[in-house]
Design a protein around this ligand. Structure first.
Ligand code: SF4
Length: 438
C-alpha cells in the first residue's frame, strides 16, 4: 500500500445509508487516533435534482457502479425541496453542491443532506457563511455534517490583507510556473478557513481544482503541506472522457502516488458512471483500493492475431461486470506466443489462435473451443471458479501449474503450428510456460 499523507478525518452519512470516512491518520480533536480511510470515489448527477424519480434512478445507478458519495446540484428551491423525497430512496451519502445562494445550503441541511459544498468564489459573505456553518454544526441532532470548501481556479474573494498575502505567497512561489495562481488559491482557502476556525468548526474537506493537470498537481502539493484537512482531488472541466481521462489520471495519479488525496472525483462531459468506473480503476491500479470485481487482462493484439480479439475482450468485460463479485484475474490473450507469460498470475485465461481458444483455470487446461464458443465457455468457467472460491475449495491467485503448449496439429492448428515452430526455430525459451502464479 502506498504511504498516505495523514489528515484529520471527517465522516458523512447516517445510520440508514451508512457512513463514509474521508482522510485520517492524524488524531481526532478529542485526541483519539484515526486510521486513514480508503480513498473514496465521488461523482455528481447530471440530471435535474427536482426531477425526483430520474434523480433517484441516477443516484442508484451510480451507487451500483461503486460510487461512495454522490453530489447533486441544488440551484433552485425546488431542488432542495426534492431532497426530502430523494434521500429516503437512496443508499449512499448525498452532498448538496451550493453556489451563489447560501439559502440553498440551509434548505439542504434542513432536508437532511449529508454534506454541503460551498464555493468561496460565489458565497463569500461572512455572515452568510457563518449561518451555513451553524446549520451544519446543528444538523443530525447536533452530530453535525461536514462542509467541503471547493475553490476553483478563477474564483475571486476579497480579503483585507489579500494584496499583502499575495505578495508574500507570490515571493514563495516566484520560481513556480503557476506561482500567482497558487498564491491566490491558497489565499482564498486561508481566508475562508479563518471563518470556520473562528466558529470552532473543523469538519472540513478542501479542494482546489483547475482544468490544467500540472496546475492541479502543484496546487494540491502545496495545499497538502499547509492544511491538514482531507483533500478532495479533481481536475475541473476535464472535457470528454477520451481526453479527460488522461488529464485526470496524470494529475490525480501523480498526487495519489505521493500519498496526497483522500477522496476524488473524476469529471467528464459524459455519463457519470464512467467517472465512477475510472476513479475506482485508478485506485485499483495504485493499490489504494481492493478490487471487488473481476480484473481483466488482455493483449493489445498484433499481426499474429487469428480471432476477433478486440470484440471478444469487450464482450468478456461486459459479461464479467455483472456476474463476478470477486477479484478474479481473467486473461484474454490473442495467441500462445507471449500469452502465457503476459497472463502470469491469471486465475482464468484463454489463449486464442486459428479461430479457437484454449481455456485454462489456474493453469489447468479445461477446454478447447471454437471462436464462437469462447465467450460463453470462458464465462461459465469463471463462474464455476468463483463458486469454488466462495465454497472455500480454491483460492485466488494461488495455484501455479505449468502450461504445456498444446499439440500444434490437434489444438490451435496451423496458426499455432506456425508460431510454435518459429519459436522453437529461434531458440526462444518459453515452451513449458507457466500461469497461475500471483
Ligand atoms: S498475445 Fe499474441 S496476439 Fe496478443 S499481442 Fe501478444 S503476440 Fe500478439
Amino acid at each position: 500500500m502506498l504511504p498516505r499523507v495523514p489528515t484529520r478525518q471527517v465522516t458523512l452519512g447516517d445510520d440508514r445509508v451508512g457512513y463514509v470516512r474521508i482522510g485520517g491518520g492524524k488524531p481526532a480533536r478529542d485526541g483519539s487516533p484515526t486510521t486513514p480511510a480508503p480513498v473514496s470515489v465521488q461523482t455528481m448527477t447530471t440530471g435535474y435534482t427536482h426531477d425526483i424519480d430520474a434523480c433517484v434512478a441516477e443516484i442508484n445507478r451510480l451507487t451500483a457502479a461503486g460510487a461512495d458519495i454522490v453530489r447533486v446540484a441544488v440551484p433552485e428551491k425546488k431542488d432542495t425541496e426534492a431532497l426530502r423525497h430523494i434521500l429516503p430512496q437512496v443508499r449512499v451519502p448525498i452532498v448538496a453542491d451550493v453556489h451563489f445562494h447560501f439559502q440553498r445550503a440551509l434548505e439542504a441541511v434542513e432536508a437532511g443532506v449529508h454534506k454541503i459544498r460551498l464555493n468561496p468564489g460565489n458565497i463569500n459573505d461572512r455572515a452568510q457563511v457563518i449561518e451555513v456553518i451553524n446549520a451544519c454544526k446543528a444538523a443530525q441532532s447536533g452530530r453535525g455534517i461536514p462542509i467541503r470548501i471547493g475553490v476553483n481556479e478563477g474564483s475571486i474573494i476579497e480579503r483585507k490583507d489579500k494584496q499583502k498575502r499575495l505578495k508574500e505567497l507570490g515571493a514563495v512561489f516566484s520560481e513556480h510556473k503557476h506561482g500567482y495562481m497558487l498564491a491566490i488559491m491558497i489565499t482564498k482557502l486561508e481566508e475562508y478557513l479563518d471563518i470556520f476556525y473562528e466558529q470552532d468548526f473543523h469538519d472540513v474537506t478542501i479542494s482546489a481544482k483547475s482544468m490544467d493537470a500540472p496546475m492541479v498537481i502543484d496546487v494540491y502539493s502545496e495545499i497538502s503541506k499547509r492544511f491538514d484537512h482531507p483533500l478532495h482531488l479533481g481536475v475541473t472541466h476535464a472535457g470528454p472522457k477520451e481526453t479527460g481521462c488522461i488529464r485526470s489520471v496524470v494529475a490525480l495519479g501523480s498526487l495519489l502516488s505521493r500519498g496526497i488525496g483522500d477522496t476524488l472525483r473524476i469529471s467528464y462531459a459524459s455519463d457519470s458512471r464512467f467517472e465512477v468506473e475510472d476513479g475506482l480503476e485508478l485506485l485499483y491500479a495504485l493499490g489504494l483500493r481492493t478490487r471487488t470485481s473481476a480484473e481483466l487482462i488482455a493483449c493489445p493484439t498484433c499481426g499474429r492475431i487469428q480471432v476477433d480479439l478486440i470484440s471478444l475482450v469487450q464482450d468478456v468485460r461486459k459479461k464479467l461486470d455483472g456476474q463476478i463479485q470477486l477479484p478474479i484475474k481473467v486473461a484474454v490473450m490473442g495467441c500462445i506466443v507471449n500469452g502465457p507469460g503476459e497472463a502470469e498470475g491469471a486465475d482464468v485465461a484463454v489463449f486464442a489462435g486459428d479461430r479457437r481458444g484454449i481455456i485454462y483455470v489456474q493453469g489447468e487446461r479445461v477446454a478447447n473451443v471454437p471462436e464462437a464458443e469462447i465467450l460463453d465457455k470462458l464465462l461459465a468457467e469463471t463462474l464455476a471458479f468463483q463458486a469454488r472460491v466462495q465454497r472455500g475449495e480454491a483460492k485466488l491467485g494461488e495455484k501455479k501449474v505449468d502450461i504445456v503448449p498444446p499439440d500444434p496439429i490437434g489444438e490451435l492448428g496451423s496458426g499455432w503450428e506456425k508460431m510454435a515452430h518459429e519459436k522453437i526455430a529461434s531458440g526462444t525459451p518459453g515452451i513449458g510456460l507457466t500461469v497461475g502464479q500471483s
